[in-house]
Design a protein around this ligand. Sequence first.
Ligand code: B1M
Length: 211
Amino acid sequence: MSKIVEIQNAVETGKKKLIRGLIEEALAEGHPAIDILNKGMIAAMGIVGDKFKSGEVFVPEMLIAARTMKEGVEVLRPLLSRGQASASGIFIIGTVEGDLHDIGKNLVAMMIESAGFEVIDLGVDVAPEKFVEAIMANPDCRLVGLSALLTTTMPSLHRTIDAIREAGLRDQVKIMVGGAPISQEIADEVGADAFAADAATAASIAKELAA
Ligand code: B1M
């Protein structure tokens, strides 16, 4: 069995104690960190999601898979986020109100940080007014990122962007949205400036928006 498949299985079945060793072995075998992330760990989360949808696994299994993935990301972090010296600006990011998913948001934050931004991570379940307060507290901030993983929390994207507009801050910041159920169409609907499908794309779009 390839090491990547072993990593995928370990994340899928929540083998948190094994993940660090498996990743170190995969790296020693020459597998690139980005393949371990995408083909191993992110693919595993997709399988877990499909199994949850079909009733084969439940919330506790999703949770232990998520914890295993987080542990794995920590091993890869130094390899994926080689920080750049240039300061690209401040990027405020958070998962929108009602939504507790943070793995994707954390990966986006990591890649954006490695693209030279100072990242202010507001965490999960972030109310619209918290985004507004954070922008006000950081008047140099030009970029805001909103992550949403649930179809039920997509309206929170809208509410957050509305709150930023109502606070008179909409012209000050460009807003990027992303997350599994989000598309360019939804980004347009909620009035965002940009959509990114994955963390690497988010980092390159952030650089374009900041230019
Ligand atoms: Co939940 N969950 N979950 N979950 N969960 C999903 C999202 C789901 C698709 C599973 C399914 O049914 N197939 C489903 C949503 C269905 C829907 O709305 N259409 C779902 C559900 C239903 C739920 C609950 C409601 C379950 C329940 O309680 N009955 C509940 C909701 C809790 C809440 O938020 N209020 C719930 C809970 C949880 C856990 C807490 C157990 C756990 C999260 C743990 C954590 O994050 N700390 C969890 C997990 C792990 C998942 C799945 C299995 C994996 C999510 C993940 O981490 N993916 C997920 C299934 C799936 O996504 N296929 C599922 C890996 C991650 C790297 O990908 O987050 O997509 P992703 O991020 C990507 C891109 O989307 C993008 O870049 C990232 C990296 O490439 N991206 C951005 C993300 N944010 C971005 C922001 C950007 C740009 C790009 O700009 C700012």
